[in-house]
Design a protein around this ligand. Structure first.
Ligand code: PEP
Length: 250
């Protein structure tokens, strides 16, 4: 199973900036092996990114989507709109969606179901807040998010990836230590193995939260870390390519 190294650009980069990024990024990763690369630009940049990446192995992702195909859902994007542009992944349940936009497990579950129905590969994001960690609730919070987020799709587990992103580590510059991350990743691996009845071999458990070119190596060396979801450091093609390089050498 190739590592999945994914860029979550969040609300960054115009169309012109996207074109410039891809032009600078492609030569930096042309020799990449054993690592799957995915970029999730803002929706407005997906069309141009799709054109620029069409002759490469680099995958495109949506940062979110609504679960309906079309209709009166102002401001939302549907799975059909993503697949038409060649998008193959969709990030669901990101902590910013949960905490800023109030998304609950049940809505996230509807999105996971819809993504699978439309042939998109969901990356389900889970993770505890600092308060939850300090109260010793990390594993129970992650378990609830996974069980509820994946309700009804347990048998499809190998078509889904999971990103463990402790909320206190996202965009803060404070990453989880490799040991802290590995503890939760091995818990998630056991949990998804149990709920999928052993059908989880194709599922990558990615780590996200202040991953950069300096800490990537010690994190990816952990046995249950199968990739990264990278925010801040993915905005710079040099830094993102370094993370990819470090990961393919482990
Ligand atoms: C993210 O938002 O998915 C993320 C991990 O961000 P950062 O790398 O900036 O912590």
């Amino acid at each position: 199973m190739a590592y999945l190294i994914a860029a979550n650009w969040k609300m960054n980069k115009t169309v012109a900036e996207t074109e410039d990024y891809i032009q600078r990024f492609l030569p930096l990763v042309e020799d990449t092996k054993n690592v799957e690369i995915m970029i999730a630009p803002p929706f407005t940049s997906i069309f141009v990114a799709s054109q620029k990446l069409s002759n490469t192995d680099i995958k495109l992702g949506g940062q979110n989507m609504y679960y309906k195909e079309k209709g009166a859902f102002t401001g939302e994007i549907s799975p059909l709109m993503l697949t038409e542009l060649g998008v193959s992944y969709v990030i669901l349940g990101h902590s910013e969606r949960r905490h800023i936009f109030g998304e609950k497990d049940s809505l996230i579950n509807s999105k996971v179901l819809s993504a699978l129905e439309h042939g998109l590969r969901p990356i389900l994001c889970v993770g505890e807040t600092l308060e939850e960690r300090e109260q010793g609730r990390t594993l129970s919070v992650v378990e609830r998010q996974i069980r509820n987020g994946l309700a009804g799709v347990e048998a499809e587990m190998s078509r889904i990836d999971i990103a463990y992103e402790p909320v206190w580590a996202i965009g803060t510059g404070v990453n989880a230590t490799p040991e802290q991350a590995e503890e939760v990743h091995s818990f998630i691996r056991n949990l998804i193995n149990e709920i999928s009845k052993g059908n989880d071999q194709g599922t990558r458990i990615m780590y996200g939260g202040s991953v950069n070119e300096n800490n990537a190596e010690s994190l990816i060396k952990q046995p249950n870390i199968n990739g990264f979801l990278v925010g801040t450091a993915s905005l710079d093609p040099e830094r993102f390519s370094q993370i990819i390089k470090v990961s393919q050498e482990v």
